[in-house]
Design a binder for this molecule. Structure first.
Ligand SMILES: *[C@@H]1O[C@H](CO)[C@@H](O)[C@H](O)[C@H]1NC(C)=O
Ligand SMILES: *[C@@H]1O[C@H](CO)[C@@H](O)[C@H](O)[C@H]1NC(C)=O
Length: 419
């Protein structure tokens, strides 16, 4: 399988290179190291960097390979600042809840269900290892360059603070947000769907953003949710993802574990793995809950998936503004429209239905909360909403006892009112 093949290819290439070097320093040699073979070498080197030795590998029904990697050999430890880092196996503090999760779960049992990952059908990783989605050659080749793989192409922050720039680069949003205070985390339960993507270079995601700084070149961001991204994963499955950057998507950060940074401690949940099942129109509804919070003691940003899985943390030193606190929290959907000027993509956001269609048809975020300076989960105060073109994708907020602050969001993209 994978590894034997990969290292075989690698040594053959190394041999060819060595022959090249040892033979004449000649034009034929230079010619043999064409751009394309140089690219192949780069791809191979990147694969060797990303894919760590596996204790065990599990083939998921969706075609993914999940490698169980020893916790101390995970990608994070390639980071020079983490060479001597002592892994923290649990957070010092956990935010106190506003909602009694079990009570909410009990009440909404008829209406929504907790989530699992598809690869669990074929095995589990042992304690002391973490599940890592294996990167394959094709994954990297779909990116515009080796360097671009696993990174966002452009700045894609909804600039609610600056609507003039909102249409930049085809990213479209339907979000709610809070700003104007110091925030130490955020939580949401997010309805899971599988929106249709018109073109492979587009994506559709539903997530929360923890933002620090202004929308300038040094914007800090931690993001988590679900996404459908054919270019990144090679299929149309809905996948759990995270993202971080400390310089507005320029040089730092990546999706999932595709660069060194996030330290994972959990052996059950794989970043980038498919979520299954997903919600159906007028059918069963499924949701995931995500909590990201800053540990008041060490200052690291922790992430929890569902009620049971503390996934790991982003060390505080990765960030500048977020080393202190967040200045803005956003929740909602984002798609990329890559149609030429004046036309709209039919890529869906959420379920592909507009908010007014409500439960079972439109996608929702419920129990959205922020973490305050005393490490308490609180209802967000002064929620704003933002969308570039509400005829394409829209958002509607509400609140009640069970769902706290919630909103429905999304839409079909292209339609008679969004040509
Ligand atoms: C993803 O969906 C699009 C249409 O929505 C389809 O054309 C494409 O073949 C699908 N890709 C895969 C890998 O299934
Ligand atoms: C974005 O572009 C669309 C279509 O070009 C336009 O109708 C809309 O007003 C723009 N939105 C903002 C916030 O500039």
């Amino acid at each position: 399988m994978g590894f034997a093949q990969l290292s075989g290819g690698r040594s053959r290439r190394a041999l060819a290179l060595a022959l090249c070097v040892w033979s004449l320093i000649s034009l034929s040699c230079a010619a043999r190291l064409t751009d394309s073979s140089r690219q192949k070498l780069d791809v191979q080197k990147h694969l060797n960097r990303l894919n760590k030795p596996a204790v065990k590998s599990i083939k998921s029904p969706d075609g993914d390979i999940i490698d169980c990697v020893h916790i101390s050999q995970q990608p994070a430890f390639d980071h020079p600042y983490l060479k001597d880092h002592k892994i923290q196996m649990r957070p010092n503090y956990h935010p106190e809840g506003l909602f009694n999760e079990n009570k909410v779960a009990e009440k909404t049992k008829e209406r929504s269900n907790p989530q699992a990952q598809l690869w669990h059908a074929n095995g589990r990783c042992a304690e002391g290892t973490i599940p890592v989605r294996r990167t394959r050659k094709d994954d990297i080749l779909r990116a515009s360059s080796v360097k671009a793989y696993g990174r966002k192409k452009q700045r894609s922050i909804p600039k609610s603070a600056d609507p003039d720039l909102a249409n930049e680069s085809g990213h479209q949003h339907a979000i709610v947000y809070v700003n104007g205070d110091k925030y130490y985390g955020a939580k949401a339960t997010i309805n899971v769907w599988e929106p249709k993507i018109q073109q492979p270079n587009e994506f559709s995601l539903s997530q929360l953003w923890i933002l620090g700084g202004s929308f300038g070149e040094d914007l800090n961001s931690i993001e988590a949710g679900w996404q459908v991204s054919p270019d990144l994963y090679g299929d149309n499955n809905t996948r759990l993802f995270t993202y971080w950057t400390s310089d507005a998507y320029q040089a730092t950060g990546c999706y999932n574990l595709l660069c060194s940074g996030f330290i994972q401690i959990n052996s059950e949940i794989a970043m980038g793995a498919s979520i299954s099942p997903v919600s159906g129109l007028r059918g069963s509804q499924y949701d995931i809950s995500i909590l990201v919070w800053k540990d008041p003691k060490e200052g690291h940003w922790w992430m929890q998936f569902g009620n049971d899985y503390v996934l790991g943390y982003w060390p505080s030193f990765l960030f500048s503004y977020l080393a202190d606190s967040a200045s803005m929290i956003e929740w909602g959907g984002e798609v990329v429209n890559s149609e030429p000027e004046g036309q709209h993509t039919s890529t869906q956001m959420g379920s592909g239905r507009f908010p007014e269609e409500g439960f079972g048809k439109a996608s929702y975020f419920r129990n959205i909360q922020v973490v305050d300076s005393s490490n308490n989960l609180k209802a967000p105060k002064g929620l704003g909403t933002f969308t570039e073109q509400s005829n394409c994708y829209d958002v509607q907020t509400g609140s009640n006892g069970d769902w706290g602050h919630y909103f429905y969001y999304g839409g079909p993209g292209k339609n008679p009112n969004c040509p």
